[in-house]
Design a protein around this ligand. Structure first.
Ligand SMILES: CC(C)(COP(=O)(O)OP(=O)(O)OC[C@H]1O[C@@H](n2cnc3c(N)ncnc32)[C@H](O)[C@@H]1OP(=O)(O)O)[C@@H](O)C(=O)NCCC(=O)NCCS
Length: 93
């Protein structure tokens, strides 16, 4: 989780070793990170995105309470690939 000036929000991201997929870890950790940032950093606005075909990532984002915002792009960390993506926002008062 880091503050993204471009979105004026904290961007949520995750990447688990395949061995640990499907165990609820990303959802549990993401919810905890959001709560931590809210309490400790005073964060109220969050941003998240997933490649359109990445259903697991979409589920994590929805389970954390994000609402769809718009369509955009998502780049691999090394910039080697760009995906069509869905972007979401979460506001906590
Ligand atoms: C995306 C990722 C972090 C999800 O982590 P995870 O710990 O497996 O996710 P969870 O176990 O919390 O699952 C979240 C939900 O998605 C569902 N889900 C998991 N894999 C799925 C799949 N392949 N297709 C559809 N739904 C899936 C789970 O069942 C769960 O929903 P449920 O609670 O209703 O059953 C993990 O797959 C990953 O690291 N992938 C590679 C990197 C990546 O894609 N990062 C995200 C870039 S946007």
């Amino acid at each position: 989780m880091s503050y993204a000036e471009k979105y004026k929000a904290y961007e949520l991201g995750y990447n688990l070793k395949r061995l640990y997929w499907g165990m609820g870890y990303a959802t549990e950790a993401s919810k905890a990170m959001i709560q931590w940032a809210y309490k400790n950093l005073g964060a109220h606005d969050f941003f998240a995105r997933h490649a359109n075909e990445n259903h697991a990532s979409r589920n994590v984002i929805i389970k954390c309470g994000f609402q769809f915002d718009n369509y955009g792009k998502l780049e691999k960390y090394d910039g080697s690939e760009i995906f069509e993506a869905s972007c979401y926002r979460l506001h906590i008062e």
